[in-house]
Design a protein around this ligand. Structure first.
Ligand code: XBP
Ligand code: MG
Length: 242
């Protein structure tokens, strides 16, 4: 089937946002709230097994601070902490702390020039996506993406396929006419469960993960141009056996 659209993940794929972006912002929010939680680099790597910032905080509290969750206002505290974390994260983005991964801007340019449709499927908060696109690619960049599926628009975050189904429905395309670009095993599971052929470019944290089922795994997207991506999609093994 002809390739019609690229669907990009955000965190770890468009930019390596986790270690020096989200993690730093979570810690700033904890400190501001007078909370003793501190997420160092290795611990944050473990916590990334849970996608979604609010879900990640709850998961951490279940293991490391059960009394926090016993508070009657625990849900509200998590929402407040997450809003503060988002504020800190957006400030880091605006300050230019988080660059795009090599090859991403070129791939997006080539896809636009070739008339491919573009979309986003991510678990992160919508504002984080639009700010990253605007700050790194320019004021019009949000408009280049026909569909932006982000955050709480679906009940279950990756590795559930919900966000990909949400995006496919709005693109009005069959899964096989799309290519997902992801960085993690959770993202790969989500895209594959929605039936979308997936290219993996692992972020630093995801380097050792299992990427069985991916069309290809490339550490460096800069070595991948659009003709190669299209060819890869075309010779998608599972399609060859149809
Ligand atoms: C990204 C996430 C997000 C970010 C934090 O996963 O899991 O939760 O870490 O963003 P993916 P929020 O790349 O698979 O979409 O705090 O806004 O949730
Ligand atoms: Mg990701």
């Amino acid at each position: 089937m002809k390739l019609e659209a690229l669907i990009f993940d955000v965190d770890g794929t468009l930019a390596d946002t986790e270690r020096d972006g989200h993690r730093v912002a979570f810690n700033a929010a904890f400190e501001e709230a007078g909370l003793a939680w501190r997420w160092d680099v290795p611990l944050y790597g473990e916590l990334l097994a849970v996608t979604g910032g609010k879900e990640r905080m709850r998961h951490y509290a279940e293991r490391h601070d059960p009394p926090f969750l016993a508070r009657p206002d625990a849900d509200e505290c998590i929402r407040t902490l997450h809003a503060a974390k988002t504020r800190h994260y957006l400030a880091l983005l605006e300050a230019g702390q988080i660059p795009l991964r090599p090859g991403i801007a070129r791939l997006i340019d080539e896809a636009r020039a070739a008339g491919l449709r573009l979309a986003i499927a991510t678990t992160t908060t919508p504002e984080n996506v639009t700010t990253l696109l605007r700050a790194r690619l320019g004021p019009d960049a949000t408009g280049w993406f026909e569909v932006i599926g982000a955050g709480d628009v679906v009940p279950r975050k990756k590795p559930a396929p919900d966000i990909y189904f949400w995006v496919l429905e709005r693109l009005r395309l069959p899964a096989r006419a799309c290519l997902a670009i992801e960085d993690s095993a959770n993202g790969l599971k989500a895209a594959l469960a929605a039936g979308i052929p997936t290219l993996i470019s692992p972020c630093a944290y995801a380097a050792g993960e299992n990427f069985t089922g991916a069309l290809a795994v490339r550490t460096d997207l800069a070595s991948m141009d659009l003709p190669t991506v299209k060819l890869m999609h075309q010779i998608n093994k599972s399609e060859c056996y149809l």
